[in-house]
Design a protein around this ligand. Structure first.
Ligand SMILES: Nc1nc2c(ncn2[C@@H]2O[C@H](COP(=O)(O)OP(=O)(O)OP(=O)(O)O)[C@@H](O)[C@H]2O)c(=O)[nH]1
Ligand SMILES: [Mg+2]
Length: 402
């Protein structure tokens, strides 16, 4: 499933169910367009497919069509795994059934949602052919809404479905939290240090930098954007007293040395990690860098595939720094977006996650869930780099009371 820039910041609503229950048809009914391929042949949808759309009264969101979860062929089992994997990233799951068949495949999906804490609703599709018989429901928890639907004649059913979706979507998935609210005040001056090296994309800034600028403006702060090579001149000549300096983590060492110690310093990666990831776990886990041993496996998790500078840091710089800092023979593996790690998560001595500026908190937690359950120490790019440069306390202090 390719990540589309920006989509990942919107609430994710997935449609799940057996083959042929009408999942793709429901997507088309919700979007009002024939976007998804529909056919009477079971197994038409093979991979998760995302559609960005505006849902009535809810604003932008991402709908995800999935393959049926009752396909028992060899290839089908892989598709089922993919559907279930995607389920763990959803903010809301629509579980479709038809002909009053509420059996093992549906109960499995309900159980998954309960286990993962994902809100869900049951949608009885094809109600134009056979109306819902509520007698099939008693086994189902009363708290799960059950609605009738017909993707062939959606007009009568859409208002109730949209209303229920709006009610069930957690508020956190529709409001994007602010990076710097409560951290900077109106009129504060914030310096953003953005290296323009060979790894930087041509002609533009990378997304975390752009998002930071927008967030600072939303918080009525001033921001000055400069390169690390301009920092010294700027500080000497302007007499500026920044309330905060946010830098790319890759130049932490340089910026830390140039900046007077009383000026708060942190990084883009850390600012995002606080919003998107299990920040406290990262803070607790980072010191484990000192305990790594020869032969340990370290997993570097990257949430996006398209930012060259991120690739550079995850693939080249960070592994080299970790090897140099620890002096140990480590097996360091990079796990790019949407890929599975080579080994079970529990077999890693440590997992280091990028800032995940493109992902929802639910997606980050889903990706780390196995490692968290196994008690594997977690860290984040910026926090790990800061630790290795001896400036950990300095860079977390803008966000954490020490
Ligand atoms: N009568 C009726 N037929 C429907 C309804 N929804 C879907 N269908 C039909 O059911 C068949 C399967 O629809 P799809 O939307 O492709 O079902 P799906 O769940 O996406 O199927 P897979 O991708 O194969 O898992 C098609 O022939 C649709 O026209 C409905 O509400 N009423
Ligand atoms: Mg389909």
């Amino acid at each position: 499933m390719a990540i589309t820039p920006g989509n990942d910041l919107k609430p994710h609503i997935g449609i799940f169910g057996r083959m042929n229950v009408g999942k793709s048809s429901v997507i088309n009914a919700l979007t009002g367009r024939k976007q998804a391929i529909v056919s009477a042949v079971p197994g038409t949808t093979t991979d998760p497919v995302r559609k960005a759309m505006e849902l009535g009264g809810l604003g932008p969101c991402v709908l995800i069509d999935t393959a049926g979860t009752d396909d028992s062929t060899e290839l089908g089992r892989q598709r089922v795994d993919k559907s279930l994997e995607v389920l763990s990233e959803m903010d809301l799951a629509l579980i479709l059934f038809s002909e009053n068949k509420l059996e093992e495949p549906e109960l499995l999906l309900l159980e998954r949602c309960r286990h993962l804490g994902i809100p869900c609703l049951l949608l009885h599709n094809k109600s134009d052919v056979q109306a819902l018989n509520r007698a099939v429901l008693p086994a189902i928890e009363a708290s799960i809404p059950v609605l009738e639907f017909s993707a062939l004649y959606p007009e009568n059913y859409l208002p109730a479905l949209l209303k229920t979706i709006r009610q069930l979507l957690p508020e956190s998935s529709t409001q994007s939290a602010s990076l710097f609210k409560g951290i900077v005040s109106r009129g504060d001056m914030v310096l953003l240090v953005t290296p323009i090296d060979r790894g930087a994309p041509k002609g533009r800034l990378i997304l975390p930098q752009v998002m930071a600028i927008r967030d600072l403006l939303d918080n009525e702060a001033f921001c000055v954007v400069l390169k690390e090579t301009q920092l010294e001149d700027y500080m000497n000549s302007s007499g500026a007293r920044p309330a905060l300096v946010i830098t790319d983590s890759s130049v932490f060492d340089q910026v830390n040395k140039l900046l007077p110690p009383h000026i708060p310093l942190s990084s883009f990666s850390i600012a995002f990690a606080r919003l998107r990831g299990p920040f406290e776990d990262y803070i607790k886990g980072t010191p484990y860098l000192d305990k790594l041993q020869d032969g340990d496996r370290v997993l570097i998790r990257e949430a996006c595939t398209h930012l060259p500078s991120c690739q550079d840091i995850g693939r080249v710089k960070l592994p080299a720094w970790i090897r140099r800092y620890t002096g140990k023979q480590l097996e360091i593996e990079l796990c790019p977006a949407n890929n599975k790690a080579l080994y079970p998560m529990a077999s890693y001595a440590m997992v280091i996650q990028c800032g995940a500026c493109m992902s929802t908190p639910r997606q980050v937690r889903a990706g780390l869930a196995e490692a968290m359950a196994a008690g594997v120490p977690l860290s984040n790019y910026g926090l790990a780099i800061a630790w290795m440069n001896g400036i950990f306390d300095r860079v977390i202090s803008p966000f954490v009371k020490l």
